[in-house]
Each structure stands twice: as structure tokens, then as C-alpha cells.
Design a protein around this ligand. Structure first.
Ligand code: NOJ
Length: 720
């Protein structure tokens, strides 16, 4: 449709019809749904009438071609102007083929494969009737207590931006109208949802505008620069005002400064939540603040539909605001081709053929092998197929490896650890025992596990967190493995056999009791549908581990937040003239995390040498290059993530001690060497000054090159 046609459609709509476009309800409200749910119960509580439903603009969480077609059919029968529904759902890291959780995908440092995973997720969703995914989630996180840390890719703004772009490209492709196999993306949660105080979900976020702009906003901006169609508000406050009613954020910054003209949606209930936040006396006031702030769709509460009409009538709200929102929604429907074909990609036959196909599982497998991070190996890995092995722990025979945001996936479709191991060793040489549940256990379980371990030459412990121990509302204050599993490790240790721990979890953990006991540790995160196969292939050396951590693992929870790109202090620990006591430090634990950002092991070794700058000086219009020779000095082919960091030595405001500016993932055969070259330009050295001007400083910079954020070679140049 042309803009004129859309505007003329808008003109035909009554005020009621327009306001109703602005509500989003879950699938169970709709005729034709197959999801369980009582239509009358929630409808009555929320004050939702059939008329509202028939004129609503979008649905949350409907899926499956059959269900979506039925919902759309019924809707079109009842909608006076025949305006189709938008079908939206959370397709975060896969629809039915589940890829590793985003934090794990981050650890692959492979944005091409991340893009491919989003493309597959889009295809599976599109044939199942979904039009928009509530992804990517690109919130920067520095606190592993926050359960949603598994949904993001890293603690670094640059890396998050790289992945934000990749996910948007993968979901959306280049033309949503002609390419029915893609879905529109909705970046979330705008803004700074990843920084709740104390790591407690939904809690207050309090930060300076400088920090917001420097660290938290870049990934959302990157997603939008890539063409992301929608933005979801965050639950939290930003500078004292909940995002969903925050005009400075949603209108002045997002729409005016950044020029975003797509659709915005509140998070679930976030408009009404302005009442308990204490910035609105009632739902009506909340609705007023949200529409003024530029929030187009209200998800799952009815403040808009109950109040906006009377606000227009009594002059409190200008109808133009509502028209603008509705027009944006109509435009999105048009972009997706829904006026021509309201069912879009929904196709039962294709759905059966495509969803969870062999090819999709293959990509899930590949990404899982690249996402696991080997963090310790005292020579016990790779395993030998001739070894008798005991596979022990609550994740030995457990399909709960898909992660908390994988509602479309099924544990039954997941390759479990015992299945992965079953392909490696003869059943007579594999002894599987649970040892304990995730948080509890019995003497019998322990005895059975000890008996299994005694028969084996090597023990592999499959440990971790149940998937609901992270994710939304999944914050934890103690981020160690549950006591019962630490006890299991301690008991196994007494057998004095080589012991490997594989961890399935959604956050960087405090690894004490694991890393000090086991001879090798692999962080497998929630590796997705092909998890057990990928992990087994890595442990047996059929694939060489190449994942690198994208979040620091704290020494203990007392250090949190601990992240590599922190500022220096006036009394930095370890400075040449530092005092013993009066420096910024803990008396009982180190300052440094247990495992640094960028860290990960391989079955081969890499040597870095000949670090060079093309010039000691950089000019604004003359980038320099940084090069390094990387040699595979081990016995097997391996992949290495070569990382480049920069520090501005003297800034107008304090600068991070290191900032990731570039990386390259390379593959080298034994003995092979490669010169890796990065280009560095003035633009990459800019930051927000005192007056929030985004510029660079003339002066000295340190460049760091190496395999992680700690083991680096240093070079210096001057920007003139
Ligand atoms: C609440 C979550 O915060 C958000 O990420 C999600 O997209 C919505 N619920 C819809 O499920």
C-alpha cells in the first residue's frame, strides 16, 4: 500500500478502532487459539470486551500455522475494515530448533553464524505464522546475579553491537515484504534493563547519562542502524522515570535524536506498572504518560483502551498522537505484506517439513560447538575413546539444556549428554548416574554415582542450574552451584581419578568448589537442541574448543559487578608506587575476576609475536594498522580469537582501562602462522566528554593485542 492509502485507511477508522489497535493481548484471548487459557477470566479482569479484541492490532505468543491462520481468519471476519493482526512472539534463540542461549552465542565470537541462527529462527517462525520476534535482547549486563544475563551476548558494548546487527540481519533479511521467510525484529529492552541494582530483576536502574550513552545505548542503536523495525521498552526507570513513560528516552532520544520511526511497544504490563512505580496515580495517568512518551502498543494491560478515548474527548490527549501510533502500526503491517496476504508465511505443510530439519539442527550443532568455553584443562582432555568413563550428575540424562527462553523447543528433541557420549564409547564402557538432583539429592543417588565412578578410568560431571534458575525473574544472590552438587564434586574428588566438570547454566558462576577440584572445566551454558552431541565432540577432541568468555567470571559474588572495561581509580592496585593498604582493593579477595573477558582454551596453543603499528602517530583522516603474527604451535588445527583493545591514557573524563575495538577469529593448522591486521581510526577513539560531546582527544593511547583481555602485548601511539 502507498502511504496515501494507509493514511486514507486511518481516516476511515473510528477513534475506538484506532485506540484498540494499540493493545496487544496474548493468544488465549482470541477465537481460534489452541493455547490453553480462559477467555472470560482474564477478559473480565482486564475490562476487555469482544469489541476490543476484534479491533485489536496484534497478538502475543500465537504460533503454529494452524492456530495463527484460525486466529487471523476469525479476526478478519469480525474486523470492520479488514485490518489484519500482527502476530508477535519471543523467538530469542530459535523457535523449535534451539540454538545456544545468546550469552553462549556471544562466546562463539562468530557473528556470521549468529546471523545464520537468526535466519533459521526466522524461517521456522515465519512458516509457523509469526510476523515479529521480540528479539534481539541487547541489554548490556555486568551483574551475573541478574537472571536475564543469559539473554544478552556480553558485558561489552562493541561486541553486543556486532551481535545486535547480526541478529537483526538474520531475522529481517533485506525485504520483509518479498521475503516471507523472515520476521520483523524488536530490539529490547530500551533502555538499560540489564543494570538493575543488586542484580535483582525489575529493580531500579540508576546511572549517569554518560554511562548510559557510552556503554548501554550503543547496542540498541546498532540494531536500529541495521533497520530493526521495533523497540520494546524496559521495565525499569531511567533517570527516575520508568522507560514506558519516559519522554526524554522514548521520544526525545529515540525518535528525535536517533530518527526512529518504527513501532514501539511496552514490555508486558509496563505501562500500568507506572502505578506501583509511583509515578502515576492510576492507570489513566499511566496511559497518558506512555502515549505522550511515544509508546505505540501497550502489551497485556488495558490502560490505553480504557482511557485514551475519553482523554481525546476531554482534550487531555491530542488525537494526532494516537493517529501517529496507529499509522506506524499500519505501516509495519504493510511492510510485512499483511494487507495482501494476512497469513503471510504461515504454511502447515512447510512447517512440518522445515521446522527442526536436519539442516537446522546442523547449524545448531555447529554453533553449540563454537559457544562452549574450555576454561581449565590440566591435560585430561581430550578424552580417549578407549577410556572407561563415568558420566555423572543432574545433567547426565537431562534434556533441560535449551535454556529459559526456548518455549517453542522441546526437551525431548534435545540431544542429552548421555546420548552424546553413547555415540563415543561402547555402552559397556559408559557408566551413567545422576548423583543428585539440581538442588537436592539422596544418599542412594550418591552411592549409585560413586559405584559408577569406581568402575571408570575418568569421571565426567554434568552439573549446573535448572533452566528456571536464570531467565526472567531468575535472579540469584548466591551464584555458586547448588550445595548438593558441590558436595557431589567433593565426594568424586576423593576417588582420585581424572575429573572433568561440564557446566550447564545461564550466568557466569562463582566456580569455587568446581575449578579448584576438577582437572578440566567446560562451560557449556545452555547449548540448545544439539547440546549433548556438541559437548561430547568437544570433550573427545573431534572438534577443538574455540569459545571465549564474553563475561568475566567473578572470583566471588562479593566482587560483582566485575568487568574488564572498568575505570581506573585514583589509587589503583598494582601501580608501581602503590601503597600496601590505601589502594582500591578487597582485603580478602583479589580485584581481578577468576576468569577474564575474552578467555578460553583450545587443544592447541597459539603464539603471538611481532606486534606492530604501521605508525606511531594517527591523524584524524589517517588510520593506522595494528598487526600481529599468530602461530599455531600445537599439534591440532584450532580457532583463535585475536583481540584488540585500546586505552585513552588521558581523557577529559576517566576512561576505561581497556576497550575492545576489534577482533578476528582465525583458523590455523599446526605450524601455520598468520599475520592478523586491524585498522584503527580516530572515530573509534571517540567518547562522551564533559558536555556529552562525542569526540576524541589528541594525545597518547595504548593498544593491547592478545588472546584475551589480560594476556596482551602493549603498543603506544599518539593521536595528533
Ligand atoms: C516480558 C519480557 O521482559 C520480554 O522480554 C518479553 O518479550 C515479553 N515478556 C513478552 O513475552
Amino acid at each position: 500500500m502507498t502511504d496515501t492509502k494507509l493514511t486514507s485507511l486511518l481516516k476511515q477508522m473510528t477513534l475506538d478502532e484506532k485506540v484498540n489497535q494499540l493493545i496487544q493481548l496474548a493468544a488465549f484471548f482470541y477465537e481460534g487459539t489452541t493455547s490453553e487459557g480462559k477467555i472470560t477470566g482474564p477478559m473480565e479482569e482486564m475490562g476487555i470486551t469482544n469489541e476490543i479484541i476484534h479491533n485489536s492490532g496484534s497478538v502475543l505468543g500465537a504460533s503454529g500455522a494452524k492456530e495463527v491462520i484460525a486466529i487471523q481468519d476469525n479476526h478478519l471476519k469480525n474486523n470492520r475494515l479488514g485490518i489484519p493482526l500482527l502476530i508477535m512472539a519471543d523467538i530469542v534463540h530459535g523457535y523449535k530448533t534451539i540454538f545456544p542461549v545468546p550469552l553462549a552465542i556471544g562466546c562463539s565470537w562468530d557473528s556470521d553464524l549468529a546471523e545464520k541462527s537468526a535466519e533459521i529462527a526466522a524461517l521456522e517462525s515465519a512458516v509457523s505464522g509469526i510476523h515479529v520476534t521480540f528479539a534481539p535482547m541487547v541489554d548490556l549486563v555486568r551483574d551475573p546475579r541478574w537472571g536475564r544475563v543469559m539473554e544478552t551476548t556480553s558485558e561489552d558494548p562493541f561486541l553486543n553491537s556486532v551481535f545486535a546487527r547480526a541478529f537483526v540481519r538474520g531475522f529481517q533479511g533485506t525485504d520483509l515484504k518479498s521475503d516471507k521467510n523472515r520476521v520483523a525484529a524488536c530490539v529490547k529492552h530500551f533502555a538499560a534493563y540489564g543494570a538493575p541494582e543488586g542484580g535483582r530483576d525489575y529493580n531500579t536502574v540508576n546511572m549517569s547519562e554518560r554511562q548510559l550513552r557510552e556503554s548501554y545505548l550503543p547496542a540498541y542503536k546498532a540494531a536500529l542502524d541495521e533497520g530493526c523495525e521495533m523497540v520494546m521498552t524496559a521495565f525499569n526507570t531511567v533517570d527516575g522515570i520508568p522507560a514506558s513513560g519516559n519522554k526524554e528516552l522514548m521520544r526525545d532520544l529515540l525518535r528525535e535524536e536517533w530518527g526512529f520511526d518504527g513501532v514501539t511497544i511496552s514490555d508486558w504490563g509496563a505501562v500500568k506498572e507506572m502505578v506501583p512505580h509511583g509515578v502515576a496515580a492510576n492507570e489513566g495517568e499511566a496511559a497518558f504518560k506512555a502515549i505522550e512518551a511515544g509508546v505505540d502498543i501497550e502489551m497485556m494491560t488495558a490502560s490505553y483502551v480504557k482511557n485514551l478515548k475519553s482523554y481525546v474527548h476531554n482534550g487531555t490527549v491530542n488525537e494526532e498522537l494516537i493517529d501517529e501510533s496507529v499509522l506506524r502500526i499500519l505501516k509495519l503491517k504493510d511492510k510485512l505484506g499483511l494487507f495482501e496476504n494476512p497469513y503471510r508465511g504461515a504454511d502447515k505443510k512447510l512447517e512440518e517439513e522445515i521446522v527442526l530439519s536436519k539442516a537446522h539442527r546442523k547449524t545448531a550443532y555447529e554453533l553449540a560447538t563454537k559457544s562452549c568455553v574450555l576454561v581449565k584443562n590440566d591435560g585430561v582432555l581430550p578424552l580417549q575413546k578407549s577410556q572407561k568413563v563415568a558420566l555423572i550428575g543432574p545433567f547426565a540424562h537431562n534434556g533441560d539444556i535449551l535454556g529459559p527462553w526456548s518455549w517453542g523447543g522441546s526437551k525431548e528433541d534435545a540431544v542429552r549428554m548421555d546420548e552424546g557420549f553413547g555415540k563415543k564409547v561402547n555402552s559397556s564402557a559408559l557408566f551413567v548416574a545422576q548423583g543428585s538432583d539440581i538442588e537436592t539429592g539422596t544418599e542412594e543417588q550418591l552411592e549409585e554415582a560413586l559405584a559408577a565412578a569406581k568402575k571408570a578410568e575418568v569421571i565426567v560431571l554434568a552439573l549446573g542450574e535448572r533452566s528456571d534458575m536464570s531467565g526472567e525473574a531468575g535472579s540469584r544472590a548466591d551464584i555458586r552451584l547448588p550445595e548438593i552438587q558441590l558436595n557431589l564434586i567433593a565426594k568424586m574428588k576423593k576417588l582420585n581419578k581424572p575429573m572433568i566438570a561440564v557446566l550447564f547454566n545461564g550466568r557466569p558462576l562463582d566456580l569455587h568448589g568446581v575449578i579448584d577440584e576438577a582437572d578440566a572445566v567446560m562451560e557449556a551454558w545452555y547449548p540448545g537442541t544439539e547440546g549433548g552431541k556438541a559437548v561430547a565432540d568437544l570433550l573427545y577432541g573431534d572438534v577443538n574448543p574455540s569459545g571465549r568468555l564474553t563475561m568475566s567470571f567473578p572470583y566471588s559474588v562479593g566482587q560483582v559487578p566485575v568487568y574488564y572495561n572498568h575505570f581506573s581509580t585514583g589509587r589503583p592496585k598494582g601501580a608501581p608506587d602503590a601503597q600496601v593498604r590505601y589502594v582500591s582493593q578487597y582485603l580478602d579477595i583479589p580485584n581481578k575476576p577468576l576468569l577474564p573477558f575474552g578467555f578460553g582454551l583450545s587443544y592447541t596453543t597459539f603464539m603471538y609475536s611481532e606486534e606492530k603499528l604501521s605508525s606511531q602517530t594517527m591523524r584524524t583522516d589517517e588510520p593506522i594498522t595494528v598487526s600481529v603474527k599468530v602461530t599455531n604451535t600445537g599439534m591440532v588445527t584450532g580457532e583463535e580469537v585475536v583481540q584488540l583493545y585500546v586505552r585513552d591514557l588521558v581523557g577529559e573524563v576517566v576512561r576505561p582501562i581497556k576497550e575492545l575495538k576489534a577482533f578476528q577469529k582465525i583458523k590455523l593448522k599446526p605450524g601455520e602462522e598468520k599475520i592478523v591486521t586491524f585498522t584503527l581510526c580516530e572515530e573509534q577513539l571517540r567518547y562522551y566528554h564533559k558536555d556529552l560531546d562525542f569526540t576524541s582527544d589528541a594525545g597518547f593511547f595504548t593498544v593491547f593485542v592478545g588472546p584475551n583481555s589480560e594476556e596482551v602485548a602493549e603498543l603506544t601511539f599518539k593521536l595528533i
